[in-house]
Design a protein around this ligand. Sequence first.
Ligand code: FAD
Length: 410
Amino acid sequence: MKKRDCDLKKVNYDVIIVGGGPSGSTLASLIGGKVKTLLLDKAKFPRDKTCGDAVSGKTLSMLKELKLVSKIEKAKHKKIYGITFSSPNGTTTRIPIKKNILGKNYGYVCKRIIFDDILFKNASKKCDAIQNFTVTDLVWENGRVAGVKGILKGKEKTFKGKIIVGADGAQSIVAQKLKVNTNPPEHVCIAMRAYYKNVKGLTDDIEIHFVDELIPGYFWIFPAANGEANVGIGVVLSEVKKRNVDLKQVMFKILKENKLFKKRFENAVLTSEVKGWTLPFASYKRKIAGDSWILLGDAASLVDPFSGEGMGNGTLSARIAAPVVIEAIQKNNPAILKKYPQKLWQALGPEVDTSYKMQKLGRSKLLLNLVIGKVKKSEWVREQISNMLVESESKKNFTSPLFYLKLLLA
Ligand SMILES: Cc1cc2nc3c(=O)[nH]c(=O)nc-3n(C[C@H](O)[C@H](O)[C@H](O)COP(=O)(O)OP(=O)(O)OC[C@H]3O[C@@H](n4cnc5c(N)ncnc54)[C@H](O)[C@@H]3O)c2cc1C
């Protein structure tokens, strides 16, 4: 299917999606052929997005549904076969990746400049799409949201829609204008990311290091294509405020002074800017639907509060919203949009609660040292954690006292 040309004179749509990242592009791909859809993004693709670039199982199932796995396979990426962890006391261990939804025992690290371009291009074959369009405000009619205003090539333009979807990321203008955009600082993470080359000791694993000075938070090294590495740190905002630290300097200090990393980074060369961005956690439940609007992905604050993974929950929110949005348009009944938060929290609620509990448990250095030490020693513990990484049901064990009793005995 070819990219569709967007007729800029057309101003009325069934659905307007603001933001063509993974969440918005997934929704546009799923509803585009069925209801009259407009996808708007302020960027011109391909564009970068500050991210660790790790594609999880949930994101893979979206790729499978959209038949895009072969596109990722053909694009520049790095295959990942395991996760290496280290604890605050410096113990390092490894867990292999179990078979995923594609029947493969690997995942991907794929730069977002490539990954999002594939998703956006796919979406723009299914609906009208305009790039370089910055949404600046919502249009209200009779007390309801009825469209968006924005700037394209220096000129203001308005589009009308029966349903407006905010998929415009962590600093969502749609959520701001609806006054549902703020999270308490315990439910937001601040993260820094940079690309390096010449990092020693890269393997086929992503690396997550619970470094002493970052708890509750972590330092990551994710190997990327062509021998590069995506390197970053993430810490809960309330802790950053409490400690009054400059995260960029904290990251440089870890690379220079921490005994696990200083040798590995002695010849490393920074190949990008160090960029920071926020991750709004799903542990804070925002209002995500109204009588003519919904929010998806980061705009809906759906990032996993333990792993910091957001593409999986973002694309899941799009897949849950798609049939609801189509039904609301086809039955001309916006009240149907109420089903979206119900279905989303039914699917995601228990997993998010577990992840939030895990994040809180992860504040204990003692516990992290114990768990990672046991993973290193015991086959049984490795198997349990490996299951927990792929199945949300098994993840619940992480918060069960019985699991810790068994762990002590392992
Ligand atoms: C440092 C860091 C590391 C991370 N690592 C990972 C990881 O390894 N794996 C993972 O799954 N998740 C990770 N995340 C989270 C992940 O990046 C997000 O959860 C994910 O990008 C959310 O997708 P989205 O489509 O909801 O929003 P976004 O990807 O932010 O897309 C929003 C889109 O909206 C557009 N937009 C914004 N404002 C406007 C406007 N006013 N008008 C028009 N368009 C607009 C933007 O240009 C953008 O294209 C990380 C986040 C950070 C900050």
